[in-house]
Design a protein around this ligand. Sequence first.
Ligand code: PEP
Length: 259
Amino acid sequence: MPRTITIAGNWKMNKTATEAVELAKPIIQSIANQSEITVIMCPPFTALHAVSELIANSSTRLGAQNMSDKASGAYTGEISPAMLRDLHVTHVILGHSERRSYYGETDAIVNKKTLAALENSLKPILCVGETLAEREAGKTFAVIKTQLVQGLAEVSASQAENVIIAYEPVWAIGTGKTATPAMAQEVHAFIRQELTGLFGESTAQKIRILYGGSMKPDNADALLSEVDIDGGLIGGASLTAKDFLALVEAGKTAAAKKV
Ligand code: PEP
């Protein structure tokens, strides 16, 4: 069975709750209850409730951009898995490179969050990717291997089917530089090989691996036609309905070709 193509929008720290509704409304009206691909919107925490109400009767999924690994208690400023579940959140982005570099999230922290998400029936979108310096030093595969092995420690094979990996080369995020389809495919194939080592062939074949890093309507078709690229995690181009809808269309086209 082919892996379901997934198009996920990471809005980052953009859009008030009011602006989020303005962005999400035309998207949801346009894609209605399409079932060919999985579409996920990841607004900031403060807009989750408003967007959750909008997508209540649609097939679109709601994602958060971060989460605490703790269940509750004296953790000022943190948001628990149960709080997200209560807002009908189904997915959570974990280990984004901005969280790793600006907020000191290590692989050990990302692992705790991944385990907490899975225990609470939230699907983690686990981000991995190398910096430009790491790529130039020939360390891409080593860096990604460490992020996968440590980030997925103690995850069982059955849990792993609910994990989505996002390969996001740090040098391509928000820079307008995109990995070529061949460069991205090479790393995606490596990730699938590592997942096979961790969880076995049949599980690894089921895990979706998204590409992220300046994916736009004009480069999406080529990226999504690669065999191990199962969708996109999209930052900048998820902030206008026109671009995001074009990416959803690209996802549907790729899904039709990959049947
Ligand atoms: C991201 O940060 O997840 C991302 C892929 O951003 P952009 O599409 O803007 O490069």
